[in-house]
Design a protein around this ligand. Sequence first.
Ligand SMILES: [Zn+2]
Length: 339
Amino acid sequence: MPQIAQNENRRTNILPGFPNNLLDFQRMFSNEAACLQYLESVRWPNGFICEKCESIGDPFRLTKRPRVLVCRFCRHEISVTAGTIMHRTKTPIQVWFWAAYLVATQTPGISALEAQKKLGIARYETAYQVMQKLRSAMMRPGRDQIGDKWPLEMDITYIGGKHKGGVQGKTNKAPVIVGVEVRRKEGINPQTGKRQRTLAGRMRLRKLPNKSATSVDKFVKDCIAHGATITTDDGTEYANLNALGYAHRPIAMRGDRAKMDLWLPMVSTVTANLKAWIDGTFHGVRKPHMQAYLNEFMFRFNRRFYRPVSFRTLLWLGTQHTGPTYRELYDGDWVHPET
Ligand SMILES: [Zn+2]
């Protein structure tokens, strides 16, 4: 009977395993062929499907062109990387895997400069593009709204920004809205080792065009479940939340740090971590790409208790689209996803 059991298994979604630590990673992905095979099984978890004739079945493989798969029914050729963030890349897939692993699992991620040095990438521009393409995959399309089960804290902060050349005091900071779920959970926080009553749940971040009610309204309608309870300060930009169907709790703070820590403790902590990360890892980021970095921070934060599996998730998300080209990144034609 084991044969039947195996065949049964083949018909269900079988995602490959994932490395639990660096040693696992090294064993699993010690060469290009192993990476390509893994990528194939993440992209087609139910077995290879030909994009042309839609037949399912193990493809032919070409020894001299290891990225290419050939449909055994219609002979259509497709590269494992075609249509993914690795589309037409000249960089070894092994380098992509290392970059994906480090950015998904290390608490501060990895900057393009560090990736360039650690992974032996010749040009900075290549490393930068690899990292930006990975970032473009960090937003899962059609993800859930938050706040359906737990109340939220929300605040707007200013994040940025490299100083604009020469003009003293003029910074490139942008308003960023932060919404965090507050879950009730008594016990010891595994990350800090301290006793706690609440725990930060999921988070949403967005760079706003300005600090206005219109921008806030759009964010909450996109990202926060209707009817959710939201605590904020008493700023006028939150004036419409009740009318939009949320249970709004505005608290007068007048910039009082102690009140902020009392009423918006989660959002204060998250904001401080976000700022420290952007300043420490990138020495500020440019406004047009701010959302990409916010998406990276969110990706890791929302998966902080599932770090090892997030590497596989990132690779899978990276097979769903091609991501920005170098030109799109520099011309500003690429819009980083924000919902
Ligand atoms: Zn085919």
